[in-house]
Design a protein around this ligand. Structure first.
Ligand code: HEM
Length: 508
């Protein structure tokens, strides 16, 4: 801290000049908390020692639907209100569909913005996103890859039983992360990996997520060369680790696609036919302005973003949903009865059965309403200087969409703090709500508009499938003397601070 203050004093003239041009330049920014002359609101944020989203929750009460924070040299515009979010993401979606410039650390992992989530709004993003839509989440591909989920779910159910026998209880999030991560890896590379291997990949990718959460030097690029060297060294080492663990999968799949045979040097068995794994589509993808196609680094980035994007989010939803089912045994029994009506007591739930389970779907929706996995969407940026809510929005500002207020606003939801899946059943206030936000924003767990999660239906399928199988096979009850604790903790998604542990009682 002392070092930073010293540096700030030394660099005062430089920063002050920049501040005058970047902060004072475009007049009529949305209101916001008064900042210090250097650092703006950055040091206030640091001194508060609480996650950024909690600070936004407090500032929303003072500054309302749209406000500005000056975070070092970066201007953040925060949107918190349903109407203004809908205007930005849907009604004027093409203007707000870009992403801001990235820090040097993030650029290492995005391989210079060569990912769907990081690419600026433009031809590269469009091509990559369209490819994902057909090659991974299109209905034909989802059907073709149903065996992947079947295989992973069989392992999952076996592991739950083992854990219950060994420890007497099941820790929900770690089991679900492992299963979802195995599914996504298999969808990307076409190979079934051992549990240990998946755990290693999951832990490296989790490190990547935590490494890319913005740190102090990211807000003060002028000081970054002096203070960020250590951070960049760590990021480069972690990127190498990521390449070492995923690169061999890319190489093995390439050999398989080119020769039709498993590489002799690898212990991997390619199970998906050629063309069915996501990475297959990337080998030959033609990209605007890139005549050489995608190199191995780009392929690792593109596969990592799917594994990262789909694991934490889905596992977090399952954990919160099960928390409520453990606490409310009546709701759990109702769900169990619904599943039995579709597949019978001794049948097996298949993914096609989920459509006939409205209460299950209502539980998923209510969970994402009450516990949106990410309190902020990914950062957006405008493609040009523009106006929103009567204020100027500069092109280079980070636009942060804060979603919890949308689902906690008593003007939009009755007793918003209550967990009531019935809201989403016929006649309920949420029944007609469009959770993709297109027809109006009442909840946006996947974002809305051009940048909406392209895999939201696949993510929901994973959540629903795991929940249905887990509740069909077992009754989930609290551990006597150790009731679940619903306190939240921020770690990329909003998790349970103390992971949910429950006893499972076989139904038959
Ligand atoms: C149910 C679980 C999921 C939730 C709640 C979720 C949520 C989100 C959210 C909030 C965004 C940001 C939208 C924005 O910036 O406005 C996003 C983007 C994205 N998600 Fe998901 N996601 C889920 C599952 C998945 C899965 C399974 C995958 C991949 C297989 C995935 C891949 C992506 C990608 C690539 C983007 C970037 C889209 C773009 O920038 O155009 N997500 N997701």
């Amino acid at each position: 801290m002392m070092l930073l203050l010293l540096l700030a004093i030394i660099f005062f003239p430089l920063l002050f000049r920049r501040w005058l041009t970047t902060v004072k330049g475009p007049k009529n920014l949305p209101p916001g908390p008064p900042g210090w002359p250097i650092g703006g609101n950055l040091f206030q944020f640091i001194l508060q020692r609480q996650p950024f989203t909690y600070l936004l929750r407090d500032l929303r009460k003072i500054y309302g639907p749209i406000f500005t924070m000056q975070m070092g040299q970066k201007t953040f515009v925060i949107l918190t209100d349903a109407k203004i979010i809908h205007e930005a993401l849907v009604q004027r979606g093409s203007i707000f569909a870009s992403r801001p410039d990235e820090s040097p650390t993030r650029l290492i992992f995005s391989f210079n913005k060569c990912g769907i989530n990081s690419a600026k709004y433009g031809p590269l993003w469009r091509t990559l996103r369209k490819n994902l839509a057909t090659e991974m989440v299109g209905s034909a591909r989802v059907k073709q890859c149903a065996w992947v989920r079947k295989w992973a779910l069989e392992n999952h159910m076996g592991r739950l039983k083992e854990s219950a026998q060994e420890k007497g209880y099941v820790e929900v999030i770690s089991q679900c992360r492992l299963t979802i991560c195995s599914i996504l890896i298999c969808l990307c590379f076409g190979a079934k990996l051992s549990e240990e291997w998946v755990k290693n990949i999951d832990s490296v990718l989790k490190e990547v997520l935590l490494m890319t959460i913005p740190k102090l030097p990211d807000f003060l690029p002028a000081l970054a060369p002096l203070v960020a060297r250590g951070q960049l060294r760590r990021a480069t080492a972690l990127r190498r680790k990521q390449m070492d663990i995923l690169g061999p999968l890319v190489q093995a799949r390439k050999v398989f696609v080119e020769s039709g045979e498993n590489p002799k040097s690898s212990s991997l068995d390619m199970e998906s036919p050629i063309g069915a794994a996501y990475v297959d589509s990337l080998f030959s993808l033609e990209l605007p302005g890139r005549p050489d196609g995608l190199c191995e680094e780009a392929l690792v980035t593109l596969c990592s973003e799917l594994i990262n994007g789909g694991t934490d989010t889905s596992a977090t939803i399952i954990e919160w949903a099960l928390l409520h089912l453990v606490l409310d045994q009546e709701a759990q029994q109702r769900l169990y009865k619904e599943i039995v009506e579709v597949v019978g007591e001794n049948g097996v739930v298949n993914e096609d059965d989920l459509e006939q389970m409205p209460f299950l779907n209502a539980i998923i929706k209510e969970t994402t309403r009450r516990h949106p996995p990410g309190h902020l969407l990914l950062s957006h940026a405008a493609t040009e200087d523009t106006v929103l809510g009567g204020y100027n929005i500069p092109k280079d500002a980070n636009i942060e969409i804060y979603t919890p207020w949308v689902t906690q606003d008593p003007a939009l939801w009755t007793d918003p703090e209550e967990f009531r899946p019935e809201r989403f059943l016929p006649g309920g206030e949420g029944y007609e709500v469009d959770w993709t936000g297109n027809r109006g924003v009442r909840m946006i767990p996947f974002g809305a508009g051009r940048r909406i999660c392209p895999a939201w239906s696949l993510g929901t399928l994973h959540v629903g499938f795991l929940l249905a199988r887990m509740v069909h096979a077992f009754r989930w009850v609290p551990i006597p003397g150790s009731p679940p604790d619903p306190t939240e903790k921020f770690s990329f998604t909003m998790l349970m601070k103390n992971p949910l542990k429950a006893i499972i009682l076989p139904r038959s």
